[in-house]
Ligand binder design. Structure first.
Ligand code: AMP
Length: 432
């Protein structure tokens, strides 16, 4: 199948061809015709499947008829809203909107927390058709009277499962109440829990559904391997692998922000240029780290799960789990950063004796055993006993990630970045 047979406008096809894409990915082939028909859609697809273009292209097609180059803000009302859980994802989605929409006179912008609100307000006042936003900052702008949704035709909830994890569903429901009821809706999610289905039921009207990410399946182009190693020799092994293989562009996951910082500074000492990216880093710091990583100035990006979610880095060849996640589903999300859109990838997990149970849980979820590879010189010492895993806040024990309910709808950023009073808590839960 080619893009030309999907019914998209020539301006869009031209932009797609310029990207060098010849064949639609499965989610694009299935979703684009349905969205062009005006159907609401529930799309089961994770990052790496081409899901962004799957909703962006038909959205632009449907907005194109009233696109205009008038300088008047009144001629550019908000017609499409894309909600994302993180600022990084918001930026990436809007980049896609610009890329695919470059031959159409439609305006777009992003709004997210953690940065000065005024420049965002200035852009909104000039008028934009497509708004890509994180929920909290969107509500802040609405409260300040900067947003009018009377002309909204199109709503996308991207990575709804992550929105749920991050405690954003109450904000989403507040936003839905502000929108006109007659509109087309798309909900994208890699996984479908009962809560996501409830949200879908209240949001979507007679939806079509496409599912290219069967729950908890890991993309088959990813080679997965477990490297057994002692707890205290993980950093040494990682440096060895990066230098000896050698590996360029490695995304390394740690469980905690402290762990990410610590590992990044250790790798720097080993002569490996790297940066850490997590919820305590400012927005400019995160953008700089991502740009340096994409440009190849730094080889290694050390990230926590939340920070890495939705990062769009073309052809990322290596993902390393320096520590296994507490939640097995996060493993699937992590390794989904590699092997994207048909390219091959490799996911290595450095697993010590403390993490045996976490590994077993992951294999149970994947419904397969992963190959073990002992690196000569790093054979685990069988006399070392398992110890409880220390979590980020100094607690001992394998505490699972708190549920949305148990943490009172606070986002993970809020839990870690906020030291002040209630006012700060509310602000940081918004759009960070
Ligand atoms: P996404 O799942 O939207 O994050 O997209 C994953 C990656 O696949 C992005 O880097 C896109 O640029 C790329 N991509 C999207 N559609 C296609 C396509 N039809 N052919 C090749 N690559 C694509």
């Amino acid at each position: 199948m080619s893009f030309d047979s999907l019914g998209l406008r020539p301006e869009l096809l031209r932009a797609v061809h310029e990207q060098g894409y010849e064949t639609p990915t499965p989610v694009q082939a299935q979703a684009i015709p349905l969205i062009l028909q005006g159907r609401d859609l529930m799309a089961g697809a994770q990052t790496g499947t081409g899901k962004t273009a799957a909703f962006t292209l038909p959205m632009l097609h449907r907005l194109a008829p009233h696109a205009n180059a008038s300088p008047s803000p009144a001629r550019h009302p908000i017609r499409a809203l894309v909600l994302t859980p993180t600022r990084e994802l918001a930026m990436q989605v809007e980049e896609s909107v610009r890329t695919y929409g470059k031959y159409l006179p439609l305006r777009s912008t992003t709004i997210f927390g953690g940065v000065n609100i005024n420049p965002q307000t200035a852009v909104l006042q000039k008028g934009v058709e497509i708004l890509v936003a994180t929920p909290g900052r969107l509500l802040d702008h609405h409260q300040q009277g900067h947003l009018h949704f009377g002309n909204l035709e199109f709503l996308v909830l991207d990575e709804a499962d992550r929105m749920l994890d991050m405690g954003f569903i109450p904000d989403i429901r507040r936003i839905l109440a502000l929108l006109p009821s007659s509109r087309q809706n798309i909900l994208c999610s890699a996984t479908f829990s009962g809560e996501i289905r409830d949200l879908a039921a209240s949001l979507l009207k007679n939806p079509a559904s496409v599912d290219v990410a069967p729950r908890n399946s890991a993309a088959s182009l990813i080679r997965q391997v477990i490297l057994p190693v002692d707890r205290d020799r993980k950093r040494e092994l990682l440096s060895y692998l990066i230098k000896m293989r050698p590996m360029e562009q490695v995304l390394v996951f740690t469980r905690t922000k402290h762990g990410a910082n610590h590992l990044a500074s250790q790798l720097e000492k080993d002569g490996i240029p790297c940066a850490a990216i997590h919820g305590n880093k400012s927005q400019p710091q995160r953008i700089k780290a991502l740009e340096d990583f994409k440009a190849g100035t730094i080889k290694v990006l050390v990230a926590t799960d939340i920070a890495a979610r939705g990062l769009d880095i073309d052809q990322l060849p290596h993902v390393v789990n320096f520590e296994l996640p507490h939640v097995p589903e996060d493993y699937v999300h992590r390794i989904g950063r590699t092997g994207r859109a048909g390219s091959e990838g490799e996911a290595m997990s450095l697993v010590c004796v403390d993490e045996q149970k976490l590994m077993k849980d992951i294999e149970k979820l994947l419904k397969k055993e992963l190959p073990r590879l002992v690196i000569p010189g790093f054979e685990p010492d069988p006399t070392i006993k398992a110890e409880p895993i220390v979590t980020g806040r100094g607690n001992r024990g394998r505490s699972p990630r708190p549920t949305t309910a148990s943490r009172g709808f606070k986002s993970p950023h809020e839990r870690t970045t906020v030291k002040g009073g209630a006012q700060h808590t509310r602000m940081s839960s918004r759009g960070k």
